[in-house]
Design a protein around this ligand. Structure first.
Ligand code: MN
Length: 405
């Protein structure tokens, strides 16, 4: 994959700080982080009637809450300002731009609620075959509703933050007794996260054809999973401690507007879905994704290449279903797409699938092998969309496994 390249067509939003400085809003162009508070201080957004304080903030939530008219206008203004390759803007008291290596990037969103879907048919089929070898791979509800669980918002961290191997109750079969152990099956889930950009009131469902009004943008997302803990705990109420110990998010939120050129038609669903899930126009987003595994002794190797369009349920359907009962979504809620697996084995989005339950180890350049992750291993997820000379990069989400505490 090419080097990260944040173009004028992208203009994502994030949160940065310099040493001893307060957190501020930023965008990024090439490798330059642009300080939006400094621009606001120079009056660049005055005519948009946005308070300067919105740009000096720990999170993007207040900015997103201004609504799409304003956030789109800010993005357009930034494209005008940054179109000049040698910008003449200076501030008497502070730099406008910083090199990416000179700043710290932070979690972009104060996440209220986090829901994780299960919307790739190939992933659900693969997992079903492994977890329920004697039954149908897909459960009867799967093609009628986008299955999901409520996860834990406060254990989502930004790229570069690492975690210690989790421990818990595991049981290798249903006929033995459980034991307490560090997880031996620590896994990734290659996902995208939808960042909700608008509230709906409790009791008010969102129409599937208006659902994108509620999307601010997307990040890369790694839904870390402990498969041995999951296997023993997940029936009957779904994932709990196998998932809530840590999740990882990339620092730049790419807006829905930046992804307009990358809409990809989605297949017609069979069987037909209920009316509230029927879309006038179905589409996914063509975003290329890859997972890199690096150990303490090897360079990184690509272990999976997938695409955000490898989904059965669209983001709009996920939102419509999430709110059909009157459930409220709020600015800053995060919806994980679910593991994004393609049809071919090299496009599977988890080690569970890539190694088929640990049966087919991955061989690394130094001859060592992996089924699940070992201490010191690093996982990097990258993503970008590219078409007709337009490139929209998501950057990366990078995490290293630390030994058990
Ligand atoms: Mn997941």
């Amino acid at each position: 994959m090419n080097k990260m390249n944040f173009t004028i067509d992208n203009i994502p939003f994030g949160i940065f700080s310099v040493k001893n400085g307060r957190k501020r809003l930023a965008t990024i162009i090439n490798d330059q982080v642009v300080d939006l508070y400094a621009l606001a201080d120079l009056g660049y957004f005055d005519d948009l009637k946005i308070k300067k304080s919105v740009f000096k903030n720990d999170f993007l939530n207040n900015f997103i809450s201004l609504g799409k008219d304003k956030t789109k206008a800010v993005r357009k203004r930034l494209q005008e300002i940054l179109a000049d390759p040698t910008p003449k803007i200076t501030h008497p008291a502070q730099p406008i731009t910083h090199h990416l290596n000179d700043v710290q990037l932070h979690l972009p969103i104060k996440i209220g609620d986090y829901t994780d879907f299960y919307s790739s048919e190939q992933h659900a089929t693969n997992v079903g075959k492994m977890f329920r070898p004697d039954g149908d791979a897909l459960l009867p509800n799967w093609k009628h509703l986008p299955v999901a669980y409520h996860g834990r918002a406060s254990s989502i961290f930004v790229s570069g933050e690492n975690f210690h191997r989790p421990k818990g109750q595991v049981n290798a079969s249903d006929t033995t007794l459980p034991v307490f152990s560090p997880t031996k099956r620590l896994d990734i889930e290659l996902e995208m996260a939808t960042i909700i950009g608008k509230n709906n009131l409790i009791g008010h469902s969102i129409d599937v054809n208006a659902a994108e009004d509620y999307v601010f943008g997307f990040t890369l997302f790694n839904d870390w999973s402990a498969r041995d803990i999951q296997r023993w705990e997940y029936v009957p109420l779904g994932p709990f401690l196998a998932k809530n110990f840590f999740s990882s998010m990339s620092p730049w939120v790419v807006t829905l507007e930046a992804l307009e050129p990358f809409r990809a038609a989605a297949e017609t669903q069979k069987p037909e879905v209920l009316a509230y899930l029927k879309e006038e126009k179905r589409h996914h987003f063509d975003i290329q994704l890859e997972v890199i595994l690096k150990t303490q002794h090897t360079e990184g190797i690509i272990i999976s290449q997938s695409n955000f369009k490898n989904m059965y349920w669209t983001v709009a359907q996920q939102i419509a279903h999430h709110t059909v009962n009157g459930c409220n979504l709020n600015v800053g809620d995060v919806m994980g797409s679910g593991t994004i697996s393609g049809k071919t084995p090299d496009s599977f989005g988890s080690l569970l699938e890539l190694t088929w339950g640990g049966k087919n180890p991955i061989t690394l350049p130094d001859g060592s092998t992996r089924t699940f992750l070992e201490d010191g291993d690093t996982i990097i997820i990258k993503g970008f969309a590219e078409k007709d000379g337009i490139r929209v990069d998501f950057g990366e989400v990078k995490t290293t496994i630390l030994p058990i505490k």
